[in-house]
Design a binder for this molecule. Structure first.
Ligand SMILES: [Zn+2]
Length: 245
């Protein structure tokens, strides 16, 4: 059987038979890969712990005959222990993994998506204080990368521009983004939220991640989850695990 090497983040896994597990990876070179990890439920092996989400691993695969490959070796690049040791951070990580799982195509290389995920997980692990906007910002970046970056400075239906006095009061990603009073549909949005969104997508991400938790960060984060769900046409389970209120 042919072998290949790649790097990948373990997104999720599920049981296969008595002792095996299927692990779904977002890889750097092969897109989303589903592979069998043999025997890892029988023993408490380090091999198994390296295949726990959200670990980033160097992998050696055997190419399988069907859709499933076989994980032959796994060496951790990032354990992300600070994420695993903190339930809120782990929920943030799972929210990002879930969106990537539903966005990435099997066997369609997407190195940028892999790199963006690893960078976001490293930020999540390294920051002293958890940012209320990290997951939301990741969703906005992901939507942009997929070609669904929202229009923020004018009405996405009639084109009335904020710079000439149009009031943008609503947001609907399926319409293209912000909407004026006349064209409004979707969800109401505040001018401050559109401003913060512009910063996130316009090169001001690092500053936006410093924002303390507030009604504004919650509005932008909730709009991100809603828009990602609209785009994927499904509810994101992990993203609602931290809903409070
Ligand atoms: Zn309009």
């Amino acid at each position: 059987m042919p072998l290949y090497r790649d790097q990948g983040v373990a997104l999720r896994h599920y049981k296969l038979g008595e002792a095996d597990r299927i692990v779904v990876f977002m890889t750097a070179g092969h897109g989303k890969v589903r592979a069998v990890a043999k025997g890892i439920r029988k023993t408490k092996s380090r091999f198994g712990s390296r295949l726990e989400p959200p670990t980033n691993v160097n992998l050696l695969f055997y190419e399988g005959r069907g859709e499933l490959d076989i994980v032959s070796q796994a060496e951790a690049i990032d354990h992300f222990r600070p994420i695993r040791d903190d339930l809120d951070r782990m929920t943030d990580a799972m929210s990002m993994l879930e969106a990537v799982d539903h966005t990435a195509q099997e066997r369609q290389p997407d190195a940028r998506l892999y790199q963006m995920l690893v960078a976001a997980l490293r930020t999540l692990a390294d920051r002293e204080r958890r940012s209320p906007l990290l997951v939301g910002a990741f969703y906005w970046k992901l939507l942009s990368m997929e070609g669904f970056g929202p229009v923020l400075d004018q009405c996405s239906t009639c084109g009335a521009a904020a710079s000439v006095g149009a009031q943008l009061v609503a947001f609907d990603l399926t319409e293209g983004g912000a909407l004026c009073r006349d064209c409004r549909r979707g969800r109401p949005v505040s001018p401050e939220a559109l401003g913060l969104l512009t910063r996130i997508l316009g090169g001001g991400l690092a500053g936006a991640l410093q924002e303390p938790d507030s009604a504004l960060t919650q509005e932008v984060a909730a709009l991100a989850v809603h828009s990602m769900e609209q785009h994927l046409e499904r509810r994101l389970r992990a993203a609602h695990a931290l809903d409070r209120g």
